[in-house]
Ligand binder design. Sequence first.
Ligand code: PEP
Ligand code: MN
Length: 340
Amino acid sequence: MIILLKKNADPGQVENLKSLLRSRGVEPHESVGSLQTVIGCVGDVAHIDPGILEALDVVEQVQRVQEPYKAANRKFHPEDSAIDCGGVKIGAGGFGVIAGPCSVESEEQVVGIAKAVKAAGATLLRGGAFKPRTSPYAFQGLGKVGLDMLSTAKRETGLPIVTELMDFRDIELFNDVDVIQIGARNMQNFNLLKEVGAYTKKPILLKRGMSATLQELLMSAEYVMASGNPNVILCERGIRTFETALRNTLDLGVVTMLRRLSHLPIVIDPSHATGHAYMVDSVAVAATAIGADGLIIEVHNDPPHAKCDGAQSQTPEMFVRTMEKVRDVRALVEKWHERK
Ligand code: PEP
Ligand code: MN
């Protein structure tokens, strides 16, 4: 249930309303927007009569909400959320480009790529130090050493870093990390989501599981948010279908649907979505045009020799061209917004 408050509602009466809700076993979550203030009710509201609430002076309207996610729900929070990612704003008009190798392989590699993607216009650096690999015999990432290399790249370029946390026992190694990625394979690792949500307010880049519905993705965001961290960025990276020509199947309509369902920013990953470096450019451009809040793109200095995901990694030269197009399209998207 959500309660829309009247404009200029008396703060004392709003407090009375909140106490009334608490006395009925419901936790009120107030969201103050520039146009509208709403109170989201978390708990069993079945026994509360909306008519009684609507009779109160401060209440404009009461709506019952069907969706099981509350904190991530746009109905509770009508305005887009902007997430501060180490000084880079993603969401609510802020567009972030996260670029870098699938995995950190050496200091020289990650620092070199960081400089190249920064020069091309990327605003954040990605790179996996802990890698979720299908095979236990495949390269598993450099772990703590890889995180140290990312820190060096951050110091040398000023780019905030995005890297994946697979196991909460490693969280103390993530002090210098700006955005914590929870990968597709861990999207429904509920203990990890709860632990990370309770431990930190750093932004969480939550990737959609390969067989997860949008509601399941939003419920996973809800786990992080309900545990205390409101700073979640949703990432669509394609899902598994019967199609095998592409690594995954990407429906860009998801951006428009998630925008309707949630206030959280939405980032598209054209690299994992397609699996082919030559496709990343056009899909990145299309994702920008449909209104995504950002992109995460794999870039490698020597894709044929990459330890992970070389086939889908752009070279720095390819990334430069993609960024030129993305900038052009972004300028158009901003113009369309002004016209609205
Ligand atoms: C990655 O970003 O390198 C990664 C492993 O992605 P995903 O979890 O989407 O497969
Ligand atoms: Mn990868």
